[in-house]
Design a protein around this ligand. Sequence first.
Ligand code: HEM
Length: 328
Amino acid sequence: MRDCVAEVTGSWQPGQVIDVNEEMHRITAKVTSRALISAEEARPAAARLARALPDILRGLYWRMVIPGSLFPRIPLPVNRRFDHQMRHTRHTLDQVVSHYRTTTTDHGDLLSMVITACEQEHDPQQAVYDQVVTILMGGVETTAATLVWLLRLINSHPHIRQRLLAEVTGALGGRPPDHTDLDDLPYTQQVITETVRLYPAGWIVSRSTTADVHWNEGHISAGADVFYSPYALHRDPEPFPDPEAFIPDRWSPEQVTPAQRQAFFGFGVGRRKCIGDVFGVTEATIAVAAILSRRHLEHDGPVTDRPLIGTLLMAPPTRMRVQPATPA
Ligand code: HEM
């Protein structure tokens, strides 16, 4: 994570205007694809997989909001791109997996683990493919979107940015952060949680019922499509007073309540809950600490706050000017 963040942010020059969405995507695509595929010779393939994600996510969103088998067959651009990228991803991944199988080395990465775990499956190739696509889709855009929202929020809340910077400077003393610094960055993690509360990348989550469900006055039949929205639930003023306000301190050990924790669905809930929550928060903490300790990013041009909705809740185009780090 530290190396990937340094590779991306190392090229930013003072005065340069960066496309923040693109840069955060570069960081998280590198981190997730490298955790998945660490073999040096397979890195270009890992990068290709990450690049296919936006088209796949767009296609999935429309399949989610228009359930049924008819929509995917209509030759719309969104469906054609989705089909093309799925084929392309499949082909790339098949090549990497055959390479891993023939070299028989355990590369110590996630793909080696997935290959071993899927050996007993009815169709191991398909099982590996499904797992890898799920991990890439779950890991890249979500963390990137969270980082973009966070950088926007601290820009419009200078006192929070200043406190964050003081924590980062105190913990790191100028060196790059890594996982051993996490315990010394509690406020940074509160800022991340509050960002996910206000702008949960998974703003809407769907389930299909496998059995009839009854409660007090309610009933949902088996086979129904059910949606719930963390974005809406996170704006309930009961657990989250002044819900539209960005208040990282609501997650401090002194202030956080059990009701608040229960009302937080930023990583989903139940059996299909995010498996990468700790990974994602670790990655975001390292990225934020590294960025703040080296650079000050400020909005360049007009700022619109309206989220872009699709499968994920994405930030609108965000351009920021890179400045040297300000003193804490
Ligand atoms: C801030 C970052 C992240 C956010 C906000 C986030 C959010 C979510 C949400 C809302 C879900 C759906 C849960 C549900 O259906 O109940 C999910 C699922 C998932 N996430 Fe994350 N995620 C993040 C980072 C990651 C990372 C870094 C990875 C992997 C490296 C990851 C892997 C997954 C996977 C594999 C699933 C599917 C789990 C399943 O269906 O069993 N996520 N995530």
